[in-house]
Design a protein around this ligand. Structure first.
Ligand SMILES: Nc1ncnc2c1ncn2[C@@H]1O[C@H](COP(=O)(O)OP(=O)(O)OP(=O)(O)O)[C@@H](O)[C@H]1O
Length: 245
């Protein structure tokens, strides 16, 4: 289990964006954050990635406790799949993946980067397109490459920041099903940030509905509630959100 507790986070303007946000992650499961625009979801992911510093709180994993001091240089638990696949257009798919490996300090120089990259592309069924360039593949394929890039970093957890937002409805549905299976298969921990209540219900093992400013978890829905067919959770969640998403 990974237990995340952020007691407080503010940007330089000192206005608190996150307060008492406590989230537990389980292996092979997707934990979702849903909340109104601007409530602090992306900030939460950026703090975990070490892209924003100065948060107060800690992370528990394997009986180790980490605080956020110097987290940006230490963190190796999380990698992120952004909303739009940010691939270098002048590099082919394989080179794009290998670049991510270069940036990872923990992978020793003598490991074969080609092999690591091809293995990650196999997981996302993109190895046959390894030599293509980003403008030769569809957006859905590019988002799978983006996922492979997160996989080569070999982190315990993957942070998914609205990863389907830029896709058409059909591709989105295919990739949603695919992602749920891959997270389970690879045994990764995953946090999904979404605005889409149906997507949250389709993919999540746990849904955290955020509210307020600074954002706090207003309600948690666990897998038994998410799976139970007799409750109209979609309406319940929309009601909590005040349809503000
Ligand atoms: N670099 C920054 N400096 C100061 N304030 C910021 C900065 N980035 C974001 N904020 C503020 O922090 C709050 C949370 O923003 P954040 O992007 O985390 O929200 P969000 O829930 O991800 O929104 P959305 O769903 O629209 O992407 C907002 O009020 C935003 O204006």
């Amino acid at each position: 289990m990974i237990q995340i507790n952020i007691d407080k986070y503010s940007y330089k303007n000192k206005i608190p964006v996150i307060k008492n946000l406590n989230i537990s992650l389980l292996e092979g499961q997707i934990t979702t954050l849903i909340g109104a625009s601007g409530c602090g979801k992306s900030t939460f992911l950026r703090v975990l990635m070490g892209m924003e510093t100065g948060a107060v709180g800690h992370i528990l994993h394997n009986n180790n406790s980490y605080n956020f001091k110097e987290w940006s240089s230490k963190q190796t638990l999380f990698s992120m799949v952004p909303q739009t696949p940010l691939l270098f257009p002048w590099k082919n798919i394989l080179e794009n993946i290998k670049l991510a490996i270069t940036k990872k300090k923990e992978i020793s120089e003598n490991k074969n980067k080609n092999e690591i990259a091809i293995n990650a592309l196999k997981i996302v069924q993109m190895h046959e397109h390894a030599l293509k360039y980003p403008d030769e593949i569809s957006l859905g394929m590019a988002q799978r490459v983006s996922f492979a890039r997160a996989l080569v970093l070999d982190t315990k957890a993957i942070l998914l920041d609205e990863p389907f937002a830029s896709l058409d409805a059909h591709t989105r549905r295919l990739l949603q099903d695919w992602l749920r299976i891959k997270i389970k298969e690879t045994g990764k921990y995953a946090i999904l940030v979404t605005h889409d209540v149906r997507e949250a219900l389709l993919l999540s093992n746990e849904i955290n509905v955020l509210q307020g400013s600074p954002a706090e978890v207003y309600r948690k829905f666990h897998s038994d509630e998410i799976l139970s067919a007799d409750k109209n959770l979609e309406d319940d969640i929309l009601l909590i959100l005040g349809k503000k998403i």
